[in-house]
Write a protein that binds this ligand. Structure first.
Ligand code: CTP
Ligand code: MG
Length: 166
Protein backbone atom coordinates (compact mmCIF):
# COMPACT_ATOMS: atom_id res chain seq x y z
CA UNK A 1 0.00 0.00 0.00
CA UNK A 2 3.02 2.32 0.15
CA UNK A 3 2.36 3.79 -3.33
CA UNK A 4 -1.12 4.72 -2.03
CA UNK A 5 0.06 6.01 1.36
CA UNK A 6 2.89 8.29 0.17
CA UNK A 7 0.96 10.71 -2.14
CA UNK A 8 -1.12 12.41 0.60
CA UNK A 9 1.74 13.41 2.94
CA UNK A 10 3.86 14.49 -0.03
CA UNK A 11 0.97 16.62 -1.31
CA UNK A 12 0.70 18.18 2.15
CA UNK A 13 4.46 18.88 2.16
CA UNK A 14 4.82 20.41 -1.30
CA UNK A 15 1.23 21.33 -2.25
CA UNK A 16 0.09 24.86 -2.93
CA UNK A 17 -0.35 27.19 -5.88
CA UNK A 18 -3.18 26.94 -8.39
CA UNK A 19 -6.18 25.01 -7.05
CA UNK A 20 -7.49 22.25 -9.36
CA UNK A 21 -10.96 23.86 -9.39
CA UNK A 22 -9.28 27.15 -10.43
CA UNK A 23 -11.08 28.87 -7.56
CA UNK A 24 -14.48 28.20 -9.11
CA UNK A 25 -17.75 27.51 -7.33
CA UNK A 26 -20.17 24.65 -7.99
CA UNK A 27 -23.86 25.25 -8.73
CA UNK A 28 -24.56 25.25 -4.98
CA UNK A 29 -22.39 28.36 -4.59
CA UNK A 30 -19.68 26.49 -2.70
CA UNK A 31 -16.21 25.70 -4.04
CA UNK A 32 -15.99 22.68 -6.34
CA UNK A 33 -12.98 21.23 -4.48
CA UNK A 34 -11.44 24.04 -2.43
CA UNK A 35 -7.96 25.51 -1.97
CA UNK A 36 -6.69 22.29 -0.35
CA UNK A 37 -6.58 20.49 -3.72
CA UNK A 38 -3.83 21.89 -5.95
CA UNK A 39 -2.18 20.81 -9.21
CA UNK A 40 1.24 20.77 -7.53
CA UNK A 41 0.05 18.54 -4.67
CA UNK A 42 -1.68 16.18 -7.10
CA UNK A 43 1.22 15.84 -9.55
CA UNK A 44 4.04 15.71 -6.97
CA UNK A 45 2.05 13.35 -4.74
CA UNK A 46 1.33 10.88 -7.54
CA UNK A 47 4.94 11.11 -8.75
CA UNK A 48 6.25 10.34 -5.25
CA UNK A 49 3.86 7.41 -4.86
CA UNK A 50 4.99 5.95 -8.19
CA UNK A 51 8.61 6.59 -7.19
CA UNK A 52 8.31 4.62 -3.94
CA UNK A 53 6.57 1.81 -5.82
CA UNK A 54 9.38 1.61 -8.39
CA UNK A 55 11.86 1.36 -5.51
CA UNK A 56 9.75 -1.49 -4.11
CA UNK A 57 9.87 -3.27 -7.49
CA UNK A 58 13.65 -2.93 -7.64
CA UNK A 59 14.09 -4.14 -4.04
CA UNK A 60 11.57 -6.97 -4.32
CA UNK A 61 14.16 -9.23 -5.95
CA UNK A 62 16.68 -8.46 -3.21
CA UNK A 63 14.94 -9.23 0.07
CA UNK A 64 12.75 -12.23 0.82
CA UNK A 65 12.31 -11.82 4.57
CA UNK A 66 8.53 -11.73 4.23
CA UNK A 67 6.39 -12.59 1.28
CA UNK A 68 4.82 -9.34 0.09
CA UNK A 69 2.64 -8.78 -2.98
CA UNK A 70 4.73 -8.15 -6.08
CA UNK A 71 4.16 -4.78 -7.62
CA UNK A 72 4.07 -4.07 -11.33
CA UNK A 73 4.60 -0.68 -12.94
CA UNK A 74 0.85 -0.64 -13.59
CA UNK A 75 -0.17 -1.54 -10.01
CA UNK A 76 2.09 1.21 -8.69
CA UNK A 77 0.69 3.84 -11.07
CA UNK A 78 -2.91 2.83 -10.27
CA UNK A 79 -2.44 2.82 -6.49
CA UNK A 80 -0.73 6.23 -6.41
CA UNK A 81 -3.18 7.87 -8.84
CA UNK A 82 -6.23 6.26 -7.25
CA UNK A 83 -5.22 7.45 -3.78
CA UNK A 84 -5.32 11.12 -4.77
CA UNK A 85 -8.36 10.70 -7.06
CA UNK A 86 -10.14 9.28 -4.01
CA UNK A 87 -8.97 12.31 -2.03
CA UNK A 88 -10.34 14.64 -4.75
CA UNK A 89 -13.71 12.86 -4.82
CA UNK A 90 -13.86 13.04 -1.02
CA UNK A 91 -13.29 16.81 -1.11
CA UNK A 92 -15.96 17.26 -3.81
CA UNK A 93 -18.60 15.62 -1.60
CA UNK A 94 -17.21 17.29 1.53
CA UNK A 95 -17.82 20.70 -0.07
CA UNK A 96 -21.35 19.66 -1.11
CA UNK A 97 -22.04 18.84 2.55
CA UNK A 98 -20.94 22.37 3.39
CA UNK A 99 -17.77 21.35 5.24
CA UNK A 100 -15.02 23.90 4.70
CA UNK A 101 -11.51 22.99 3.59
CA UNK A 102 -9.62 21.25 6.38
CA UNK A 103 -12.69 20.55 8.51
CA UNK A 104 -12.99 17.09 9.97
CA UNK A 105 -15.01 14.44 8.16
CA UNK A 106 -14.46 11.21 10.08
CA UNK A 107 -14.14 7.96 8.15
CA UNK A 108 -14.12 9.70 4.74
CA UNK A 109 -10.89 11.60 5.56
CA UNK A 110 -9.19 8.33 6.56
CA UNK A 111 -10.49 5.90 3.94
CA UNK A 112 -10.68 8.08 0.80
CA UNK A 113 -7.24 6.89 -0.32
CA UNK A 114 -8.02 3.23 0.36
CA UNK A 115 -11.28 3.37 -1.58
CA UNK A 116 -9.76 5.37 -4.44
CA UNK A 117 -6.61 3.29 -4.85
CA UNK A 118 -8.26 -0.13 -4.55
CA UNK A 119 -11.22 0.84 -6.76
CA UNK A 120 -8.91 2.07 -9.53
CA UNK A 121 -6.91 -1.17 -9.39
CA UNK A 122 -10.18 -3.15 -9.37
CA UNK A 123 -11.37 -1.30 -12.49
CA UNK A 124 -8.16 -1.45 -14.52
CA UNK A 125 -6.15 -4.41 -13.20
CA UNK A 126 -8.58 -6.70 -11.32
CA UNK A 127 -6.33 -9.76 -11.76
CA UNK A 128 -3.51 -8.05 -9.83
CA UNK A 129 -5.94 -7.11 -7.06
CA UNK A 130 -7.36 -10.60 -6.59
CA UNK A 131 -3.93 -12.22 -6.84
CA UNK A 132 -2.40 -9.94 -4.19
CA UNK A 133 -5.04 -8.51 -1.89
CA UNK A 134 -5.98 -11.38 0.40
CA UNK A 135 -8.69 -10.95 3.03
CA UNK A 136 -6.11 -10.76 5.90
CA UNK A 137 -4.15 -8.06 4.02
CA UNK A 138 -7.38 -6.14 3.38
CA UNK A 139 -8.33 -6.32 7.07
CA UNK A 140 -4.82 -5.17 8.02
CA UNK A 141 -5.18 -2.22 5.63
CA UNK A 142 -8.54 -1.27 7.19
CA UNK A 143 -7.04 -1.35 10.70
CA UNK A 144 -3.66 0.26 9.94
CA UNK A 145 -4.84 3.07 7.65
CA UNK A 146 -6.61 5.25 10.29
CA UNK A 147 -3.73 4.69 12.73
CA UNK A 148 -1.09 5.68 10.16
CA UNK A 149 -3.25 8.59 9.00
CA UNK A 150 -3.52 9.93 12.55
CA UNK A 151 0.19 9.44 13.30
CA UNK A 152 1.39 11.11 10.10
CA UNK A 153 -1.03 14.02 10.49
CA UNK A 154 0.07 14.62 14.09
CA UNK A 155 3.69 14.73 12.90
CA UNK A 156 2.67 17.08 10.07
CA UNK A 157 0.82 19.34 12.51
CA UNK A 158 3.78 19.59 14.89
CA UNK A 159 6.15 20.24 11.97
CA UNK A 160 3.69 23.02 10.99
CA UNK A 161 3.17 21.40 7.58
CA UNK A 162 -0.52 20.82 8.33
CA UNK A 163 -2.82 23.40 9.90
CA UNK A 164 -4.89 20.81 11.77
CA UNK A 165 -3.85 17.55 13.49
CA UNK A 166 -6.30 15.38 11.44
N1 CTP B 1 -2.83 19.07 -1.01
C1 CTP B 1 -2.65 19.63 -2.26
N2 CTP B 1 -3.18 19.03 -3.38
C2 CTP B 1 -3.87 17.86 -3.27
C3 CTP B 1 -4.05 17.27 -2.01
C4 CTP B 1 -3.53 17.91 -0.89
O1 CTP B 1 -2.01 20.68 -2.39
N3 CTP B 1 -4.35 17.29 -4.40
C5 CTP B 1 -2.22 19.75 0.16
C6 CTP B 1 -3.02 21.00 0.59
O2 CTP B 1 -2.12 21.96 1.05
C7 CTP B 1 -3.87 20.45 1.73
C8 CTP B 1 -2.93 19.46 2.39
O3 CTP B 1 -2.21 18.88 1.29
O4 CTP B 1 -4.29 21.46 2.61
C9 CTP B 1 -3.62 18.39 3.21
O5 CTP B 1 -4.46 17.60 2.39
P1 CTP B 1 -5.94 17.24 2.83
O6 CTP B 1 -6.04 16.95 4.29
O7 CTP B 1 -6.42 16.19 1.89
O8 CTP B 1 -6.73 18.60 2.47
P2 CTP B 1 -7.58 19.60 3.36
O9 CTP B 1 -6.88 20.92 3.39
O10 CTP B 1 -7.96 18.95 4.65
O11 CTP B 1 -8.88 19.81 2.48
P3 CTP B 1 -10.24 18.96 2.43
O12 CTP B 1 -11.14 19.52 3.48
O13 CTP B 1 -10.73 19.19 1.05
O14 CTP B 1 -9.88 17.51 2.68
MG1 MG C 1 -7.98 17.09 5.45
Amino acid sequence: MLPAYVPNPVAALVGGGTPIDLGKNFSDGKRVLGDGKTFRGLIMGITAGIGIGLVQIVLSGTYHLVSLPEHTVMSVILLATGALLGDLCKSFFKRRLGKERGRKWPVADQYDLVAGSLLLVLLVEPRWLFANLSIPIFVAVLILTPLLHRAVNLIGYHLKVKEVPW
